[in-house]
Design a protein around this ligand. Structure first.
Ligand code: AFP
Length: 333
């Protein structure tokens, strides 16, 4: 069967589901950024793009050269589409508004290169993006406050993962599609048109070095997983930890499991490590669209009303039965 390209899929979405051509244009621009970033990542040291940029982001984290390069690529591309009123990034303190005399329909937020700690050791990393409606009725420039919309308001979301293959996961709220970039033609080809996450899990992903800092519900849940067939779960589990959320989510979309980054008492002021707007929300929507679940331990992540652009959130996402179980432990505590 002739595999569809991204352009063909977007045309079909427009014809069959009324996908706005401006949104299609934005998604094509983000996908093109993935082609460019994939090339930069693949060259690594050959282009002198590894290592530290000598600067810090708003999170107080040291920026890698590729963090800065990726952010510049995405920011320039999305503002050039002429359909984005403002963009926000993990790598920028505040949103950047487009120069426009007319109202533009979309806001986009992104983590331009998630998993930066993996860059210099040649392990998978990725770009995560989330498209929201511009809430302003007029042509005035959006500010950070305009981005503070619950994840249920997203219009499109996905990621581009730079691994052995470059792959893009994408949802418009009608299921999850998976594309593979053909490096020979620089074309994304649809390789799964209906990704589904198994309701049960055999694998879990969490950074166990933080175990002593977790809250009791997480301690209980992980202890039961580690007890395996000799414990209350009655079966053995496997563990994975890639230290790049994109890779963890991709694995779960491909073969199931649960991913967790709980809040811990290392820094009680932080409700978790991952950011709500451009990591947790897009990944949670993908997971729910694929039949999985995503909570902060208590409520659906997509229902959370953001209070700050770079706010953090605890994340439990993946197999429905596992997320519901660990969430029940939190709500029973
Ligand atoms: P970096 O972008 O700083 O590498 O952080 C990646 C991340 O935000 C997320 O992608 C990983 O799942 C998680 O952090 C890894 O956290 P640990 O470094 O604590 O394992």
């Amino acid at each position: 069967m002739q595999q569809k390209t991204l352009a063909e899929v977007l045309q079909n979405e427009a014809a069959a589901n009324g996908l706005d051509d401006k949104l299609a244009k934005l998604i094509e621009a983000v996908a093109a950024c993935g082609v460019e970033i994939s090339s930069e990542v693949a060259c690594g040291a050959l282009l002198g793009v590894l290592g530290l940029a000598g600067s810090e982001n708003v999170q107080g984290e040291e920026q890698k050269k590729l963090d800065v390069i990726s952010n510049e690529i995405v920011t320039k591309a999305v503002l050039a589409t002429g359909v984005v009123a403002a963009c926000a990034s993990e790598e920028m303190d505040h949103c950047v508004a487009a120069q426009s005399s007319e109202r533009l329909p979309y806001l986009i937020c992104y983590d331009p290169l998630d998993g930066s700690s993996n860059i210099d050791i040649n392990v998978s990393i990725g770009t995560i993006f989330s498209v929201l409606p511009n809430p302003r009725e007029d042509a005035s420039a959006p500010t950070d406050v305009d981005f503070l919309q619950p994840g249920d308001r997203q219009l499109a979301a996905g990621y581009i993962m730079y691994g052995p293959q470059t792959q893009m996961a994408l949802t418009f709220g009608r299921g999850v599609m998976l594309f593979t970039l053909d490096p020979r033609t620089k074309t994304y080809v649809l390789t799964n048109d209906n990704v589904k996450v198994a309701e049960q899990a055999k694998e879990f992903a969490i950074n166990c070095s933080n175990m002593r800092h977790w809250e009791p519900p997480v301690q209980r849940y992980i202890k039961e997983l580690l007890a395996g067939a000799e414990g209350v779960r009655g079966k053995d589990f496997n563990m994975r930890w890639v230290a790049a959320m994109v890779a963890e989510v991709h694995r779960i979309l491909c073969r199931g499991g649960i991913f967790m980054y709980p809040r811990d008492n290392r820094d009680p002021s932080k409700p978790g490590k991952l950011r709500l707007m451009y990591e947790a929300n897009p990944m949670s929507w993908l997971m729910e669209q694929a039949g999985g679940r995503a909570t902060n331990g208590h409520v659906r992540i997509l229902s959370i009303q953001p209070e700050k652009l770079h706010q953090r959130v605890a994340v439990f996402l993946g197999a429905r039965e596992e997320v519901e179980l660990v969430t029940s432990y939190h709500n029973a505590a």
